[in-house]
Design a protein around this ligand. Sequence first.
Ligand code: KE4
Length: 433
Amino acid sequence: MTDNALNTSRSQEIFGAAQEIMPGGVSSPVRAFKSVGGQPIVFDRVKGAYAWDVDGNRYIDYVGSWGPAICGHTHPEVIAALHETLEKGTSFGAPCELENTLAQMVIEAVPSIEMVRFVNSGTEACMAVLRLMRAFTGREKVIKFEGCYHGHADMFLVKAGSGVATLGLPDSPGVPRSTTANTLTAPYNDLEAVKELFAENPDAISGVILEPVVGNAGFITPEPGFLEGLRELTKENGALLVFDEVMTGFRISYGGAQERFGVTPDLTTMGKVIGGGLPVGAYGGKAEIMEMVAPAGPMYQAGTLSGNPLAMTAGIKTLELLKQDGAYERLEATTKRLLDGLLECAKDAGIPITGSSIGGMFGFYLCEGPVTNFEQAKSTDTEFFGKLHNKMLEKGVYLAPSAFEAGFTSLAHSDADIDATLQAFSECFYEIK
Ligand code: KE4
């Protein structure tokens, strides 16, 4: 990979205009490159493992639209299926058999899910699942973990990860104290802290919600016994265990983290991959609990575009591709080769680094490690990461524009792409240090 300053004049022109008409020039904060500096790259098109910007520069893409592009961008079979559905309509606002098809696939794949409701984003799924936790248990408090991100609904914007951590927002303005008073937090991987919260709030906690692998504070895996311990603690206290698998669902295995780690929650939220690049979120779990959701039960939740045929089609085709033999073995091998190579490049250059990967997601911190919770994650060298991010762009590699985000591979990333990426990392580490 040769080092060359990128021509991004068209990106700068478009992003400059965007900032005049949209807050920060983006539709979602993390895209604004605030924490890595420099100007966001304006995408023109994507295909497979690659993205091209409006100036014609090509990048190997490790964001993949933040998870959905797990089969590679614009997979021909997904596009063909979408064209077919398009002819019949994009949204009905009425029942459609495609919803049955995707629901059946999700139920067959995910151990905790006997019944599922589709929504339009991970945020909606997490909002609804919290309401369901409260409706089912009659309790108002919820435990979340520092650094975990469950979308931008008020009650979750407490010590959240992703863009909140990236932008250093302590707790967003506009969130009433009365709303977050019922949100209790604990350090990730700290079972004792969870035990204490249950002891301090007897019969008041509806449940515990967590990312079973944290992808919104960088990349933090559960310590042995952590998920199992939460399963026991919630059962002992008459509370629900909820896995937010918006990111890990169909990403770290076909059955998600709950299949991979063998711990079955009561409820699960999903998103990203199950929409195959179109807006889909979902929440599901035991039928006994899900039957509370209107119109089967009294807990209200609704959505104009929920379950629309176009989004269902993209999700169905994406899961069909992922079900094919060898898909996850290939995804795992690609991601592990990338991460192992990255750690080696940094160590060769004498750069402190720690990191790991599971299935099609990975993450690293520029510090000695280990990193088992958000507090430790904050010791990563964000300044070095900013320089690394910018230099990798110059070398044609697009990493998540934040030190507090996971990275994503796809079935389209080739060995040559991984080799080129590792070459770029190695050059960058020596150029920056
Ligand atoms: P959305 O509302 O963005 O579809 O999903 C919210 C959400 C919920 N739960 C988890 C575990 C998530 O990772 C997310 C969204 N993830 C971020 C990336 N870290 C979306 C990117 C963005 O905010 O632009």
